[in-house]
Design a protein around this ligand. Structure first.
Ligand code: BTN
Length: 277
């Protein structure tokens, strides 16, 4: 398979940041990108490159993966046609602020994609959704030194033209159904996703968690979702600055608000999926 690095770089440089956010974040230089054919996992490969002395930020994509890593120990099916991208970042974050990185990168990629006629939303904490189906996912691995996070590999899989499971969606079929094509190649999608990761992280560093959270909530699909938690009916009412999901639980005669960490609850997909895509 071919990958045109010029198209990647040009797309990056043509992204009009002022249409995405009002702050000015200085990320004009495209992240250096390595291209791989078929490898086990771009996340693992990025750690190898970092250990060999390559400087962050740096990125790598593969046309397919044989051991793609998903969240919670799941594997990520990585057949040809999808975007399999990892970005290595140097960090200077308190370990406790790891959830900020999760929110910042999901928001950055989601928000950048929204400027390509894609109403992308986030399913807490960092699934990228389109038409209530999963468009992509993010798997972040970090290294720490004492109580600081010093490096991260942010791995992202986005369904481009690959076949997807029942509850997934790919960008090509979405655009085809709408008769538009605002992103027309894997190179462009790579630039947009890479840019989004960096934008999200740098935006968070610039404005802090309170403002990032406001932005994150604007595209969070999970708000208002009805859930069952330990047999108790509840509703998603927000996310805390620690990245926890705020639930309002109802029991006869009382309501309580609780905050849950990722892993304590898994939000399902909407029961009324649109059938057209
Ligand atoms: C999820 O489970 O939702 C996250 C999936 C993340 C998959 C991507 S594909 C590129 C990168 N390399 C990996 O091994 N995993 C991530």
């Amino acid at each position: 398979m071919n990958f045109n690095l010029n198209t990647y770089q040009q797309t990056w440089q043509q992204i009009n940041q002022s249409k995405i956010i009002t702050h000015q974040i200085d990320i004009k230089q495209p992240i250096a990108l390595s291209i791989f054919d078929c490898i086990p996992s771009t996340n693992t490969k990025l750690w190898e490159l970092i250990d060999r002395g390559l400087k962050c930020p740096l990125g790598g994509i593969a046309f397919s993966q044989t051991a793609g890593k998903g969240q919670w120990g799941h594997s990520w099916i990585s057949v040809a046609g999808g975007l399999y991208l990892s970005v290595g970042l140097d960090l200077d974050l308190e370990i406790n602020n790891y959830p900020h990185l999760v929110m910042a990168t999901a928001w950055g990629v989601g928000t950048t994609l929204r400027h390509y006629q894609l109403p992308v939303t986030i399913k807490w904490s960092n699934d990228l959704m389109l038409n209530q189906r999963k468009l992509g996912g993010i798997k972040i691995e970090t290294r720490n030194n004492h109580n600081k996070l010093v490096q991260a590999v942010v791995g992202i899989g986005i369904n481009w033209q690959n076949s997807v499971p029942e509850l997934g969606i790919n960008l090509q079929s979405y655009y085809q159904a709408k008769n538009i094509q605002a992103i027309s190649s894997l190179e462009e999608l790579t630039a947009i996703a890479t840019y989004g990761i960096l934008l999200g992280y740098e935006y968070y560093l610039t404005v802090g968690i309170d403002q990032l959270l406001d932005k994150y909530l604007e595209i969070l699909a999970s708000l208002g979702q009805q859930v069952d938690f330990n047999g108790c009916a509840g509703e998603v009412v927000g996310v805390t600055t620690e990245g926890k999901l705020k639930l309002k639980l109802r029991s006869p005669g009382a309501t309580t608000e609780i905050a849950l960490s990722p892993g304590q609850i898994s939000l399902g997909y909407s029961s009324s999926l649109p059938k057209d895509i």
